[in-house]
Design a protein around this ligand. Sequence first.
Ligand code: SAH
Ligand code: AVI
Length: 324
Amino acid sequence: MTTFELTRLLPADHFARALREDVRLGLTADAKWLPPKWFYDKRGSELFEDITRLPEYYPTRAERAILTERAGAVAAATRARTLVELGSGSSEKTRLLLDALSELGTLESYVPVDVSESALREAGEQLALDYPGLSVHGVVSDFTAELGLPRSAPGPRLVIFLGGTLGNLTPAERARFLASLRAELAPGDALLLGTDLVKDPAVLVAAYDDSAGVTAEFNKNVLNVLDRELEATFDPEAFEHVALWDAEREWIEMRLRSTRDQQVAIPGVELTVDFAAGEELRTEISAKFRRERVSEELAAAGFALREWWTDREGRFGLSLAQPA
Ligand code: SAH
Ligand code: AVI
């Protein structure tokens, strides 16, 4: 039997309220910023998928290479009955784990959690067709607000957080996120975490400033979201895409730089925002890790690192951790 169901975990007005709050806070700050979760409307989710196929954007290929090699070991170590994925997007790489767990015969349900309802629906409906017998239960949620782990789902549960999305949270947000995830897990459950690794800055910057301009379009998409949701008057053409490497904090920062002095109306929050020529709005951080940082952050949240795998070129890390 094929089943796909979708649950919206947060109150109906949650996202509209949260967007307004973030815009009020971030666009009235001295150094303007917005959280990266607002990239991912339908268009943003499609643009991210385009990014994963760019020659410069190596993380998806590197993580897929690790999963291809290690999915069997993950399945054997966890014997998961429930697979929960945070920030699941297209769930493409997840198929490697679904295959390994199905082969082992333990898997009963897959719970993809994402802010992007369009991505969840598209991926979930196809997976339910491709994996007969698997219950696929999509959850629309914001994992920084409510994780979305199904409390009644049969254990052992394997929670996966792939793609390096942990790096899109600030260090304080990561600590909070990992601690709340740990609090939801029981002995025998596990976390599989993908983290992009520190490497040559030229390689990193190229991955976030591709020659075809897809990442620039993805970055500017957040302005389209504000125009649509808050009736704002951003002209994406009046901003340029910036990607830079912060060597001290070891993260990539994406920004939008105003090409001229301009005033933008945002009626949805009753704001008018001034941008000076050259002024930058930070739209994303993408932290890059070393093994020690990953194991320290996991330990601080109450996890023990059981396995650490990288691709052959050492570009990306995959950690298997369990409640300590
Ligand atoms: N895991 C996939 C997708 C990564 S893109 C991969 O490895 O390719 C990041 C995904 O996380 C997107 O699908 C986006 O919609 C989702 N996302 C970003 N912030 C989120 C949040 N705060 N809560 C839930 N999902 C989020
Ligand atoms: C989803 N996340 C891990 C991506 C990243 O690499 O930080 C988002 C992204 N931003 C620009 N390109 C891709």
